[in-house]
Design a protein around this ligand. Structure first.
Ligand SMILES: C[S@@+](CC[C@H](N)C(=O)[O-])C[C@H]1O[C@@H](n2cnc3c(N)ncnc32)[C@H](O)[C@@H]1O
Length: 213
């Protein structure tokens, strides 16, 4: 784990949190913003897709898409706790051989990874300070589509993230959450040859689906 950023992210997600998230996923299925990503990707009608899930957490996206439209998946995650739970669940579902798990900051290992048909980042850009670097590396790896979720740019989300970061500071925990400017993320994706084909909103999260032009 060469970068400090990755170490900070790794420490931010405990084994207990990851276990609880997997329990919730088993009981209730994917979270609402994850459902938006799944619907959006499925709407493209791609068959036998090769999926790259960046910061996949307990792996809900690949667990679901490997059931119908994906052939194989790569899950790159900075959190060892999440990866451990994602691997357990993939094995339980009989997908163990079809998922390649990598413990790293995606931006550090991107140059060694092959391209994929579909790239997903569900609630990931908000954990990473440099969205240019992360999204640029993600677009370089997507041959057809990219879907991601991020916190909405609303007054209440600005306030909530400020409060969360204030308490992180009090705890002397260097992990921060980020509300990146949506227009700038959209402009980056356009410059990299993508167009936005779907935009959906929940109270907290927004989901955008992009296709390569
Ligand atoms: C809030 S969790 C979301 C997990 C999952 N996608 C979900 O929505 O349930 C953020 C995830 O992104 C990962 N992450 C953040 N920045 C990353 C990076 N640069 N490379 C790889 N993983 C990253 C974290 O380790 C964590 O698993």
């Amino acid at each position: 784990m060469p970068c400090n950023c990755c170490e900070i992210t790794d420490n931010a997600f405990s084994e207990a949190e990851a276990r609880a998230e997997l329990r919730n996923y088993r009981r209730r299925g994917p979270m609402n913003q994850t459902k938006l990503i799944l619907e959006a990707i499925r709407s493209l009608g791609i068959k036998n897709a090769n999926l790259l899930d960046i910061g996949g957490g307990v792996g809900a996206i690949h667990h679901e898409l490997l059931e119908d439209m994906a052939r194989e998946a790569t899950h790159v995650d900075a959190s060892s706790a999440y990866l451990k739970e994602a691997k357990l669940e993939a094995a339980r579902r009989g997908h163990g051989e079809r998922v390649h798990f990598i413990h790293a900051d995606f931006t550090d290992v991107a140059s060694e990874l092959p391209k994929a048909d579909v790239v997903t980042l569900d609630r990931v850009v908000c954990c990473y300070p440099d969205f240019h670097r992360l999204l640029k590396a993600a677009t370089d790896h997507s041959q057809r589509a990219l879907a991601f979720t991020y916190p909405r740019e609303t007054w209440y989300m600005r306030f909530a993230l400020k409060v969360a970061n204030f308490f992180q500071g009090l705890r002397k925990d260097p992990f921060r959450v980020f509300l990146h400017p949506v227009a700038e993320m959209d402009a980056l994706l356009k410059t990299e040859g993508f167009e936005r084909v779907s935009l959906r909103r929940l109270f907290v999260w927004e989901m955008a689906l992009y296709q390569r032009r």
